[in-house]
Design a protein around this ligand. Structure first.
Ligand code: COA
Length: 261
């Protein structure tokens, strides 16, 4: 696949690969092209001996990523919604199963699919400006990139349901208290801190790192059923009038009026 270097920037220095989502004018929203490129880049970096670890970040100070691209969700309907969720889940799984440590460096908003993307990384460094949230229910949708499966495992069912049902983004300190992020740093320092931390981590034995990541993931077997259900339910919601109304209202910058019961 031909990479559109404008959308995803990849740089390798001192065995650290930095992958930057570069759509700052759309708050780094994950459109299909970004998802496709993330998949290719992570598969390539997995094989690249020059890269010992990966930092994933967003361009600009406003957002890590503000979720799936709402314009692309607007007219999906049921089958299209199921497919879109399955595709997002697959990309997140490629990132999660990378045999090299992956750190999300979060400045600003990590919302919806952007929050789910951070959850798929092995570690998360947040700046004090970071805001984590799952606003999908306000669009007539639900998290569909593995968030309903990964978030409860990371922070517990009660807090996960709080974030999903309430939808109000939490700040970096709350995210740290919840165990959602590993480190909180001053504004503008997330990338630099992630790189320094990763340099320490990748000095340890590479094969041991890979086996340890694999072994920790083995603690969560049989996830296929949960992911399958998430995609099916996301697809169901894409078939409702409320999701059309919710996504359209966002793009038209107005409040939605939901009608489905
Ligand atoms: N999908 C598509 N476009 C998005 C987007 C998304 N998830 N998030 C932001 N954008 C676009 C906006 O439509 C706007 O486009 P425009 O300039 O053409 O009007 C641009 O990015 C800037 O967004 P704006 O809302 O003006 O920026 P802000 O700094 O005031 O607010 C957010 C930032 C992240 C709080 C806000 O954009 C937001 O709530 N985004 C949606 C989050 C969401 O619901 N994600 C879940 C998706 S399933």
């Amino acid at each position: 696949m031909e990479l559109n270097s404008e959308l995803l920037l990849v740089e390798i220095a001192d065995r650290i690969a930095t992958v930057t989502i570069n759509r700052p004018d759309k708050r780094n929203a994950l459109n299909n092209q970004v998802l496709d490129e993330l998949r290719v880049v992570f598969e390539d970096l997995q094989e690249d001996d020059d890269a010992g670890g990966i930092v994933l970040t967003g361009s600009g100070e406003k957002a890590f990523a503000a979720g799936a691209d709402i314009a692309e969700l607007q007219n999906l309907k049921k089958k299209g919604g199921e497919r879109a969720s399955g595709k997002g889940q697959a990309v997140m799984s490629v990132i999660e199963s990378t045999g090299k440590p992956v750190i999300a460096a979060v400045e600003g908003y990590a919302l919806g699919g952007g929050c789910e993307l951070a959850l798929a990384c092995h570690l998360r460094v947040a700046s004090r400006s970071a805001r984590f949230g799952l606003p999908e229910l306000g669009l007539g949708l639900m998290p569909g990139y593995g968030g309903t499966q990964r978030l409860p495992r990371l922070i517990g069912k009660g807090r996960a349901l709080e974030m999903i049902l309430d939808g109000t983004p939490i700040d970096a300190e709350t995210a740290w208290n919840y165990g959602l992020v590993n480190r909180v740093v001053d504004e503008g320092r997330a990338l630099e801190t992630s790189i320094t931390w990763l340099k320490h981590i990748i000095n340890r034995a590479p094969v041991a790192i890979k086996m340890a990541i694999q072994s920790v993931h083995a603690a969560y077997p049989n996830r296929a059923h949960g992911f399958h259900d998430e995609a099916r339910l996301f697809g169901y919601l894409c078939g409702t009038e409320d999701s059309t109304e919710g996504t359209t209202a966002f793009l038209e910058k107005r409040k939605p009026g939901f009608r489905n019961k």
